[in-house]
Design a protein around this ligand. Sequence first.
Ligand code: ADP
Ligand code: MG
Length: 360
Amino acid sequence: MISVQHLSKQFGRLEVLKDINTEIRKGEVIAVIGPSGSGKSTFLRCLNLLETPSAGSILIDGIPLLDRNTNVPKLRQRMGMVFQSFNLWSHLSVLDNLTLGPVKLLGKSRQEAEKKAIELLRLVGLAEKVHSFPDELSGGQKQRVAIARCLSMEPEILLFDEPTSALDPTMVSEVLAVIRRLSREGMTMVIVTHEMEFARNTASRVFFMEEGMIYEEGSPEQLFDNPAREKTRAFINRIRSIRFHLTSNDYDLYAMQGEMETFCEKHMLGRKVSNYVQAVAEEVLGLIPEISGLNLSLSYSEKEGDVIILCESPGEPFNPLEEGVQADDIGIRLIKGRCKSVDYRYEAGNNILLLDIQGS
Ligand code: ADP
Ligand code: MG
């Protein structure tokens, strides 16, 4: 459906895309992941000509997008784009947001366009908001309206640029659910996302972008469980864990727990797991009398769905979960009650605690 050959894009002397070659087939769902600045947005914007590529070609069903004789507006209509920031028309009602394009650009009658708009609002679960204005909607609802608006133009391909990044974490899943539904209905989609769990469950193929190239691509299983190349591996490991370095007992517990919560939300681990992780981390730190140079990390194991807390503290051997007067401490019982397994070892001057919290 889309064929990209030797696509490159420069902004002045900055080479943002370098020789991208790929094919996207009908019905495929491509997740594009990669570090910030790697060219993901530029790649999407080149696909629907919001940016003009510096070189290379893009063919849509064999028709060259960059050829002077090609009817670009018409070809572009076959692609809808959903942005991070919704881009709804705030002075128009939801209904008008969905009918303006079809009436003006597709030449539909008002009646026809409204009928279709209501169908689409039903599809995204927002039929009751038909007469609302964008400002009266939550972020998640706005984004679902934006998706419906895109669909109102009857595109064959949908491009999403981080559709959930601007959302409050509690609203991410309602938007992802809509995208998942579209994927089940066979929509061809290219989705730039940081939601790895979603990418794994929904994408048929994943592109990992790095420094303006598709550095590695493959099935979600290949890319997430068995990345072939080093930078992919590093990226996957990084997004799966967060690390805290504590230099004294005066650490900011609430800020840390906030980050842990965001981490759990990002991997869609659910409230219970998130609460367990935060509580266990707090209790473990509470059992260590003198904190200096302690490392605490959370890693998410996609295979098991578990969260592993690793706590490394330098000093004399001391297992806070076993020793001394704290043996019957309430904190220890709480930790043991919430972990699938706890493991202590002493290695190279470090006390290492490994706590496994079962995913939901
Ligand atoms: P990503 O979406 O992966 O974070 P982008 O495609 O937004 O990456 O950006 C890739 C690089 O291109 C960045 O270094 C960015 O600063 C640069 N860039 C993006 N758009 C422009 C522009 N319009 N003008 C100049 N530089 C740009
Ligand atoms: Mg971007």
